[in-house]
Ligand binder design. Sequence first.
Ligand SMILES: [Ca+2]
Length: 167
Amino acid sequence: MSHEKRENNQLVPLTPALIFRWSETIKGHREQRGRSLQSTRVLSVSSVLYKAKTAEIKMAFANVLTDAEVAAALDGCKDAGTFDHKKFFSACGLSSKTADDVKKAFAIIDQDKSGFIEEDELKLFLQNFKAGARVLTDTETSTFLKAGDTDGDGKIGADEFAAMVKA
Ligand SMILES: [Ca+2]
């Protein structure tokens, strides 16, 4: 009896119904593959969006300053120890911008959105203008901080920043 059954299983007649079921199964697999392809595509789209967003942050000043002015300002302090905030603010064009634009600049430099530009953010000041720009030296950073920190709390507030930019 069991022998017969096995034989029956081995010799399945190729009926149209069976062929239809197989083709449905194959189609199902293809659809599943298609779906996973699609989700891979969604992932790569979101990574492109992420990259665009990162680029946007790096280029944040593009809405406020011109590339040429930023390049000139960065070139003027490319060697360690040559950073002069007055020279920089003037060269990049920020000192002649509106109070609103200066506020925008402050918000970009205040990377952690604490409402203040702290010493570590000052150190990375140039990188807000160009990814990979050099870090300010400790001396440059402390001179910069002292120039802006009029109330002596060790950080630069929005008003202090505006006063320094316009000075
Ligand atoms: Ca901050």
